[in-house]
Design a protein around this ligand. Structure first.
Ligand code: NDP
Ligand code: MG
Length: 382
């Protein structure tokens, strides 16, 4: 039996992970964690009967505890806050932790999970972007597996698996281009949250959907690829592939390019991370090459979608600049979704935060968390 912990069980990745677990008889949920969605967590607890559940919000956790007890469930322990998240991530007897919270809140639980020797199925890219220099050496030190869930990185992982020690010469990350592909800056001025929340091909959480529209998501993925596959930024290229059929590609020294193709369904990379190195049957649509009209490619427009350019700049700078890039984006996107900032303010805010920052090399976890708060305060004072 594979014992699984899901951090972010109520989100887009979390709920799809539970679907995958339901379809695999040898997988079992050991612990669940979410932010505040008590209603859904209660349903998940009733169905999967985990030993431990964390609701980050203290008041909501108490609510859940009362509900579970009222219904006779005295088996599932309810915990809260960062300590609760860490308790879930480090629970005895779990084999793998699915890191599927959104944002930097995942850093500490992931680090603690690795210390207890658990493999990580990694969706939570913000954690790797800001703390990759801490996490990657720990992965080697504790001998755990870091299995990518992000579709592009899973694609690359699938392309390089079984290729002995042949390191890719180049990674080609594909991007759909989002809902505003082909538009110029002037036309983006009046974009509202409801416009940015319509992704052409993928159905995902709100934050990543906005990030996809600004191409900051692709920028985060470039940095994620650098950490996961130990590549230089000069060898990570982004190509727009609007139909989202090619999930990413790898070029080897001799020029051979290997790609992974499929319908856009996150359950494939989720299941592959949970069953690796085995592949299993997964219900769902298959590619029909006779019906598929075309697969096209474009160069990204870095002037309009400046977020991608800024990500490369943050990546080349390294150190704490990665935290500044990510934290500024997290805050700016939250403000945009609350209608407190305009669409083009997102990249303007990131740029201003990066310009103001004095970069430090190898920031510690407490440096990262302090810089995150400094960035938030600076944006609030703008
Ligand atoms: P969602 O917004 O749908 O879900 C986020 C999850 O995190 C929810 O379960 C939420 O709980 C939980 N959460 C938020 N804050 C906290 C907290 N403080 N403590 C505990 N749990 C918390 O996001 P997605 O599923 O879309 O994305 C999750 C991660 O995966 C992101 O890093 C994203 O970039 C990455 N990813 C997502 C993809 C996708 O297809 N969705 C594809 C590739 C990567 P609650 O509901 O209670 O707030
Ligand atoms: Mg992706």
């Amino acid at each position: 039996m594979k014992e699984i912990v899901i951090l972010g069980s109520t989100g887009s990745i979390g709920t799809q992970t539970l679907e995958v677990i339901s379809n695999n008889k040898d997988m079992h949920v050991k612990a669940l964690a979410a932010g505040s969605n008590t209603n859904l967590v209660e349903k998940q607890v009733n169905k999967f009967m985990p030993e431990l559940v964390c609701i980050y919000n203290n008041g909501k956790a108490l609510e859940l505890k009362k509900c579970l007890e009222a219904k006779g469930n005295h088996k599932t322990k309810v915990v809260t806050g960062m300590d609760g998240l860490v308790e879930c991530a480090t629970i005895d007897g779990a084999d793998i932790v699915v890191a599927a919270v959104s944002g930097m809140i995942g850093i500490k639980p992931v680090i603690e999970a690795i210390k207890t020797g658990k493999d990580i199925a990694f969706a939570n890219k913000e954690t790797l972007v800001t703390a990759g220099h801490i996490i990657m050496p720990m992965v080697h030190k504790y001998g755990v597996k870091l299995l990518p869930v992000d579709s592009e990185h899973s694609a690359i992982f699938q392309c390089i698996s079984g290729k002995y020690n042949n390191k890719p010469a180049r990674i080609i990350l594909t991007a759909s281009g989002g809902p505003f592909r082909g538009m110029k800056k002037e036309a983006l001025k009046n974009i509202m949250p409801e416009d940015a929340l319509k992704h052409p091909n993928w159905s995902m959480g709100k934050k990543i959907t906005v990030d996809s529209s600004t191409m900051v998501n692709k920028g985060l993925e470039v940095i994620e690829a650098k950490w996961l596959f130990n590549m230089d930024f000069d060898n990570i290229e982004v190509v727009i592939q609007p139909q989202s059929i090619i999930h990413s590609m790898v070029e080897f020294e001799d020029g051979a390019v290997i790609a992974q193709l499929g319908t856009p369904d996150m359950k494939l990379p989720i299941q592959y991370a949970l069953t690796y190195p085995e592949r299993r049957y997964l219900p769902g649509e298959r590619l029909d090459f006779y019906k598929m009209s075309q697969i096209t490619f474009e160069k990204p427009d870095l002037e309009t979608f400046e977020g991608l350019k800024l990500a490369y700049e943050a990546g080349q700078a390294g150190g704490s600049m990665l935290t500044v890039f990510n934290a500024a984006n997290e805050k700016a996107v939250a403000m945009f979704l609350e209608r407190k900032a305009g669409y083009l303010d997102i990249t303007r805010i990131i740029k201003e935060c990066m310009q103001k920052h004095k970069n430090i090399d190898n920031p510690s976890l407490s440096d990262i968390l302090e810089i995150e708060q400094d960035v938030y305060s600076f944006i609030e004072s703008m």
